[in-house]
Design a protein around this ligand. Structure first.
Ligand SMILES: [Zn+2]
Length: 297
């Protein structure tokens, strides 16, 4: 399998993501997941977050535009094949960060992505912020939801993240963005009630592994759509654009999968939030002010 240097990867990703930066679900998907997560929180926390619903939704894209930290990019994905070439279920991929760092080294970790460990670390930071709340606490909550939601996006778990290794280049954005934007009105968010997240890291690994098993479904659907619709050629800077007939056919084939995974994501986001809030001692969060969300691009 061809290895793509991280620098090249992000040059490509940043160029092709013309609607925003988006190494992530699209902004609309993040907003829908965040809103749905609030709706299914246990009542005692839901009443606490109700005044901040709009702020949490408005901040849900923020980690995708946090460019001031060069490590931010790698926090949104994990390329499982780069850590263990034996394939699914990647038994040799070190699940804990200390072992991964020792075995693979910091440069390799940056290249393959750090999403599972970042969720675990960010969960603890969110607990800390909730325990001593200030206006940034809302940003922590929204961003934690963002990272958890990213773990449900299958193309965030593979080195073939844009289908570039299988003749499906461009599928990442088409699955998570164009197809959903075009069919937003048809998306139904009715997530299941959240489960307790007793071990955030272990839970995150389960999410990531389950996401990976849907990569082939997305690639196969894209390959099938390409029999009838050729995606438009990239622009002079490599930028991509929506292609309604193609994106619609992709939706017809795997719109169900995006909806399914978005609903699972909303349920997990609520679970992570609730666990963080419980561990922080159920703070009231009264009187916080919503910080302005960063621009979308
Ligand atoms: Zn993201």
């Amino acid at each position: 399998m061809r290895y793509i240097p991280a620098s090249t990867r992000f040059l490509v990703v940043l160029i092709l993501l013309s609607p925003g930066t988006g190494y992530s679900w699209g902004y609309k998907a993040h907003q829908m997941i965040t809103a749905a997560a609030i709706d299914i929180l246990p009542a005692d926390m839901q009443v606490v977050l109700a005044p901040y619903r709009e702020a949490l939704v408005a901040q849900s894209h923020a980690p995708d535009v946090w460019r001031y930290d060069p490590d931010e990019r790698s926090r949104h994905y994990v390329d499982l094949e780069l850590g263990d070439r034996s394939g699914y279920p990647f038994p040799n991929f070190p699940r804990d960060y200390a072992t991964a760092l020792q075995r693979l080294g910091p440069d390799s970790l940056q290249k393959m992505g750090t999403l599972p460990w970042h969720i675990d670390a960010y969960f603890r930071r969110t607990v800390g912020s909730l325990a001593d709340p200030n206006d940034s606490t809302l940003v922590f909550l929204s961003a934690l939801g963002h990272y958890v939601a990213d773990a449900f996006m299958p193309m965030h778990t593979t080195v073939n993240y844009d289908g570039q290794l299988s003749g499906n280049r461009g599928v990442h954005l088409r699955f998570e963005w164009w197809m959903l934007d075009q069919n937003a009105a048809a998306i139904t968010m009715k997530p299941g009630l959240p489960a307790r997240i007793t071990d955030p890291l272990e839970n995150t690994w389960k999410i990531v592994m389950a996401s990976y098993t849907d990569v082939d479904t997305i690639l196969r659907a894209d390959t099938a759509v390409r029999q009838s619709f050729r995606p438009p050629l990239p622009g002079p800077r490599g930028e991509r654009s929506a292609d309604p007939p193609y994106d619609q056919e992709l939706w017809n084939r795997i719109g169900w999968l995006a909806q399914f995974r978005m609903n699972l994501a909303a349920s997990a986001v609520a679970g992570f939030w609730y666990e963080a809030w419980l561990r922080a001692g159920k703070p009231s969060l009264q009187g916080l002010s919503a910080l302005p969300p960063p621009p979308m691009d």
